[in-house]
Ligand binder design. Structure first.
Ligand code: F6P
Length: 349
C-alpha cells in the first residue's frame, strides 16, 4: 500500500524521529511512503516528496520537521476537501498519518468523517492531548525549561532578585508544573489554577525575610483570579488561536510594585521547541511512528497512537480530541507543597 505522512501545527522536537519510525516500519511491511509538505496544505496543493530509509538518515536526533509545517487546513477554503480528494486519487494514497496537536488532529478527525483513510500521532510540547500520558516534545521542553530555571537560581541568588520565568502552555500548565517542580520553583502559576497576585506578593515578601531570591514560573496562559489583577484582553491570530506571551512581564512588574524587590523576567519562548529531542522523546517518537505505520497497515483508520501505562496502544482520534488534558490535581498538589505561601517556610531545591 501507499502511505503518506504530514506534520501540522507548531513544531516539536521528535517530529523527524516519528517520520523515520513510520518509514522504517512501513518499508519493512513492503509499503511505499510519501511525505506531504507543510501539513494539510501539501495535501491540498498535491505537494509531496518520496520518503525512504536512506532519506531518513540522521532524522532520529534532528529537530524541526523535514516536511515543513503550517496550520492551514482543508476546511479553511471552499474547495479544500475536494483538492485533498483529488490528491489522494491522483497519487493512489491508501492511508495518511497526520502528526499534530489538537488543531491538526481535530481536522484529521473531520476528514475521517468524510471518508478519508487517516490516522493520527499526538504531538505537542504542551502535552495537552487526551488519552495519551505523553506527547513527544514535552519531555524535551521540560528539560530545556528546567535547565534554564537552574541557571536562573544562581543569578537570582547572587543579586537577591525575584526571577519570573515564562514558559509555553497556552491552555495547560504541564511544562510549568514539571519544570517548576524539577527546578525548585518558589511558585508556579498555571492556566488551570487562577492566581491571586496579592497572595503571591505576600508570600514572596514573607519568604524574603528568611531567604534570598525566588523563582516564579508562569505558564504563558496563566490567568489571575477575576478582579484581582488587570491584564489586557486576549487577542487572536488568523487561525483563531489566542495570542499569548506577556503575562510574565505583567506579573514581574506587579511583584516589583507590591514588594519592592528587584524582579527580572525571562521568556523562554521558542527555545523550548527547537533543537534535538531528548532521549525520552526520541524513543517515544520512534515508538509512535512504528505503531502508526502498523496501524495504517491494519487499516485502523480514525485511530491515534497513544502512550498509556508505559505501553503503546491505539485510541480513537475523536475521543482523544474531545477534551484537553489538564494538569492533574494530585501533581499540582505535590508541586504546591514546596511553594512559598504567606507565613510558611518554603525550600527551593
Ligand atoms: O502548541 C504549542 C505551543 O508551543 C504553545 O504553547 C504556544 O502558545 C504556541 O505553540 C505558539 O506557537 P506559534 O507561535 O507557532 O503559533
Amino acid at each position: 500500500m501507499k502511505l503518506a505522512v504530514l506534520t501540522g501545527g507548531g513544531d516539536a522536537p521528535g517530529l523527524n524521529a516519528v517520520i523515520r519510525g513510520v518509514v522504517r516500519q512501513a518499508t519493512s511491511d513492503g509499503n511505499e511512503v510519501i511525505g506531504f509538505r507543510d501539513g494539510w496544505k501539501g495535501v491540498m496543493d498535491d505537494d509531496w516528496m518520496p520518503l525512504d530509509v536512506q532519506g531518513c538518515r540522521g532524522l532520529l536526533t534532528r529537530g524541526g520537521t523535514i516536511l515543513g509545517t503550517t496550520r492551514i487546513n482543508p476546511f479553511m477554503t471552499e474547495d479544500g476537501r475536494d483538492r485533498c480528494r483529488a490528491t489522494f486519487e491522483a497519487n493512489g494514497v491508501d492511508a495518511l498519518i497526520a502528526i499534530g496537536g489538537e488543531g491538526t488532529l481535530s481536522c484529521t478527525q473531520e476528514m475521517y468523517k468524510l471518508g478519508f483513510p487517516v490516522l493520527g500521532v499526538p504531538k505537542t510540547i504542551d502535552n495537552d492531548i487526551g488519552l495519551t500520558e505523553m506527547t513527544f516534545g514535552f519531555a524535551t521542553a521540560v528539560d530545556i525549561a528546567t535547565e534554564a530555571i537552574g541557571r536562573l537560581h544562581t543569578t537570582a541568588e547572587s543579586h537577591d532578585r525575584v526571577m519570573v520565568v515564562e514558559v509555553m502552555g497556552r491552555h495547560v500548565g504541564h511544562i510549568a508544573t514539571w519544570a517548576g517542580m524539577a527546578g525548585g520553583a518558589t511558585r508556579t502559576l498555571i492556566p488551570e489554577k487562577p492566581f491571586d497576585i496579592n497572595e503571591v506578593c505576600q508570600a514572596l515578601t514573607d519568604r524574603h525575610t528568611r531567604k534570598f531570591a525566588s523563582i516564579v514560573v508562569v505558564a504563558e496562559g496563566a490567568k489571575p483570579v477575576p478582579g484581582t489583577f488587570d491584564v489586557p484582553d486576549d487577542t487572536f491570530d488568523e487561525f483563531g488561536h489566542v495570542k499569548l506571551g506577556g503575562i510574565g512581564e505583567l506579573v514581574a512588574s506587579e511583584i516589583t510594585k507590591q514588594t519592592g524587590f528587584e524582579t527580572r523576567t525571562t521568556v523562554l519562548g521558542y527555545v523550548q521547541r527547537g533543537g534535538e529531542p531528548s532521549a525520552f522523546d526520541r524513543v517515544l517518537a520512534t515508538w509512535f511512528g512504528v505503531e502508526a505505520a502498523r496501524a495504517a497497515n491494519d487499516k485502523d483508520f480514525g485511530s491515534m497512537v497513544a502512550y498509556q501505562c508505559g505501553d503503546m496502544t491505539r485510541v480513537r482520534i475523536a475521543d482523544a480530541v474531545e477534551d484537553l488534558k489538564f494538569v492533574s490535581e494530585s501533581l499540582y498538589d505535590v508541586a504546591s507543597t514546596f511553594f512559598a505561601t504567606p507565613d510558611t517556610e518554603s525550600e527551593d531545591r
